[in-house]
Ligand binder design. Structure first.
Ligand code: HDD
Length: 699
């Protein structure tokens, strides 16, 4: 079956009857001529029970909601495809990893974990990154996160962990946040959480965009080739535009300004034809090297440093279509870690083993019965033939016998296997006593959090410290704060000391670091992507008197580089340029904020009339952009606007025709169209995303 047929089969049955193709009907197909008034006994009389249309309409409405996911309730999804770069036959027989000419359709759902379905996008949280590959051999689900490690080692602790992080039971607060007593109580008592907690306190937990975050399968899985040979594998998704994050202050403001910040960004990019893309990479470990590490490959709180086992790129995924109906597709999609295909198998990771139970179980309650795999978004493109019958919401009309073996049904469906295509479980010798005990090889909880800390740039460390101070600062129980800091001291003395000073608890003495190792690949500094500024949102602050020619010259260059430029003015409509021409405004400043943009340009106007200095919204915009490390370009008298903030010691151009670029602030005082030197420097500043360690401003 080629990929076009795949797509065709997957889409079959996707649409209910077209509601625009004829008159309104009831669910039974009876035409209805009136849906605005209920049937009543007289003009001011009571509603009549026999109004079946009214009752059906209300009943259906009453039943529109299904239980939200117990975790990962808030999400956004998109369709696309995956193609391998070359055959991976040496390691796996999975059909979708064999032929670069075959594109496998995918559906991906990104999510936050803690908050309910209606919570804000930019909370501090792990992001889910779940991919359903509709392969020719059946559906394969890679249900990952944007962190490579998880909070617990054994799935039996999952309900405890989730209870601790979810809103507190007595008052259902806080929504979408981990900064509360019960989570930190759990963390302080369960040190296996510390590695994932380090990631949670880092900027990875506040991604700029779903398109700009990594994805990880987390567990060690197993590839199996046609000879039955196994190879351990860890999966990595790497986004083409690089990994970019928000800053915490900005993320919090975004929650109010645009709670749909991440899902809107995904939607808009796909609508604009800027298709998000990731490279799939694998870390491969031969079976014979299972014990070659100072941690256990089966422990999901550990990562394999890339410097030790490089990530090998094996293919790419592009998302190119938004769903048509959020409920039908994004809400009803059902992922399951046990959805594997021949050539991909499990390991004995106890977290993975628990997940293999939990996901099917949860879909049964969430989607109301066992036939959810018949829903269009879940339906495999590979044919389904078995004796599993009936149940709620059965939509197939099965014929013939429903047991095996049978003779009356011609023995159908026959067992697969004659052509070697069937799934066969990896043959692994298992030997042991029946015990309820964590393996001693899982007991080092401090080295890898220290490895992560050691790998961070100074500004990343500072953000981690600030995040710990924020979170623990919200914890009422002083003993929990103190116990958490004691745990941090076992990771790294400096970290614990810096956190302790912010949260009013004594710094534990003599803390060393639990590891001297570092992995530079973990720092955002090494994940800057392809250096492009495509889809970056650039604000241009305009008012009456702007140099419209100058604005046009910058707009043209930024648009040519694929950025999205919007002109913001105190009020919507038009502004009159210095040349007397009208210039169109895209949005009024009071309706937006700097946190919704990646960079800002301050164009000039006639000397002595800085276009924005008098405008409080504009000044706040620039101040926020500066504080959040965002690239700022200023031209002509626009430089004066910036210098009115008095950034201490920042180089701003004062001389005519001179371009200064300092900490992502690019200035040129000359009037008229922007020169190449300015444009190149501004584009480079935007491509670098953020500029940390800026000198403070006086205003
Ligand atoms: Fe899970 C949903 C990722 C551990 C039980 N999980 C869920 C989703 C993602 C993950 C991305 C949302 C899928 C979607 O978009 O519909 N979960 C992970 C990762 C884990 C992990 C990367 C650790 C490596 N999960 C985990 C454990 C358990 C669960 C240990 C239980 C033992 N997860 C669930 C669940 C959910 C779920 C309760 C809720 C909704 C759903 O499954 O479909 O079954």
């Amino acid at each position: 079956m080629d990929s076009a047929e795949h797509e065709q089969r997957r889409r079959e049955g996707f649409h209910a009857d077209d509601p625009t193709a004829g008159p309104l009907t009831t669910d039974q197909g009876v035409e209805v001529d009136h849906t605005d008034d209920s049937l009543a006994a007289g003009e001011r009389g009571p509603t009549l029970l026999e109004d079946f249309h009214f009752r059906e309409k209300l009943t259906r409405f009453d039943h529109e909601r299904i239980p939200e996911r117990v975790v990962h309730a808030r999400g956004a999804g998109a369709y696309g495809w995956f193609e391998p770069y070359e055959s991976c036959a040496e390691f796996t027989r999975a059909a979708f990893l064999q032929d670069p000419a075959v594109r496998t359709p995918v559906f991906v759902r990104f999510s936050t974990v803690q908050g309910p379905k209606g919570s804000a996008d930019t909370v501090r949280d792990v992001r889910g990154f779940a991919t359903k590959f509709y392969t020719s051999e059946g559906n394969y689900d890679l249900v990952g996160n944007n962190f490579p490690v998880f909070f617990i080692q054994d799935g039996i602790k999952f309900p405890d962990f989730v209870h601790a992080v979810k809103p507190e039971p007595h008052n259902d607060m806080p929504t979408g946040a981990s900064a509360h007593d019960t989570l930190w109580d759990f963390v302080s008592l369960q040190p296996e959480t510390l590695h994932a907690i380090m990631w949670l306190m880092s900027d990875r937990a506040i991604p700029r965009s779903y398109r700009m975050m990594q994805g990880f399968g987390v567990h060690t899985f197993r590839f199996v080739n046609a000879d039955g040979k196994g190879t351990f594998v860890k999966f990595h998704w790497t986004p083409k535009p690089g990994v970019h994050s928000l800053v915490w202050d900005e993320a919090q403001e975004c929650q109010g300004r645009n709670p749909d910040f991440n899902r809107g960004d995904l939607w808009d990019a796909i609508e604009a034809g800027e298709y998000p893309e990731w490279e799939l990479g694998v870390q491969l470990v031969p079976e014979e090297d299972e014990f070659a590490f100072d941690f256990d490959l089966l422990d999901a709180t550990k990562l394999i440093p890339e410097e030790q086992v490089p990530v090998r790129p094996i293919g790419r995924m592009v998302l190119d279509r938004n769903p048509e109906n959020f409920f039908a597709e994004t809400e009803q999609v059902a992922f399951h870690t046990a959805n594997v295909v021949p050539g991909i198998d499990f390991t004995n990771d106890p977290l993975l083993q628990a997940r293999n139970f939990s996901y099917l179980d949860t879909q049964l309650i969430r989607l109301g019965g066992p036939n959810f795999s018949q829903l269009p978004v879940n339906r495999p493109v590979a044919p389904v033939r078995n004796n599993q019958r009936d149940g709620y919401h059965q939509s197939a009309i099965h014929r013939g016998t429903n047991y095996s073996p049978n003779s009356l049904g011609g023995g159908c469906p026959a067992h697969a296997g004659v052509d070697g295509k069937a799934f066969t479980h990896y043959t692994e010798r298992v030997d042991g006593h029946k015990i309820r005990r964590r393996s001693p090889s899982f007991q080092d909880h401090y080295s890898q959090p220290a490895l992560f800390w050691n790998s961070m740039a100074d500004w990343e460390k500072q953000h981690i410290v600030e995040a710990f101070r924020f979170e623990l600062g919200k914890v009422d129980a002083r003993a929990v704060r103190a116990r958490t800091v004691e745990q941090l001291a076992k990771v790294d003395g400096d970290l614990a000391d810096r956190v302790a000073r912010g949260v009013g608890v004594p710094a534990p003495s003599g803390g060393e670091t639990a590891s001297k190792l570092s992995s530079p690949a973990l720092s955002l500094e090494s994940l800057r992507g392809d250096g492009s500024i495509r889809t970056r949102q650039i604000a241009v602050l305009v008012t009456d008197g702007i140099d419209a020619e100058q604005v046009a010259s910058v707009r043209e260059r930024l648009a040519a580089e694929g950025a999205v430029v919007e002109a913001l003015a105190p009020v919507d409509g038009e502004v009159r340029g210095a040349d007397g021409e009208l210039y169109t405004v895209d949005r009024a400043l009071p309706t937006v904020a700097s946190v919704l943009y990646d960079a800002v340009l301050l164009p000039g106007g006639p000397v002595d009339t800085p276009p924005t200095a008098a405008d409080q919204d504009a000044m706040r915009f620039v101040r926020d952009a500066y504080r959040h490390g965002k690239p700022i370009g200023a031209l002509g008298s626009g430089v004066g606007v910036l210098s009115s903030l008095e950034p201490e010691g920042l180089r701003l151009s004062a001389e005519f025709h001179r371009v200064e670029s300092d900490h992502g602030v690019v200035t040129e005082t000359s009037p008229g169209p922007a020169g190449e030197e300015f444009l190149d420097a501004f584009v480079a500043a935007i491509a670098a995303h953020r500029h940390w360690d800026r000198p403070p401003t006086r205003h």
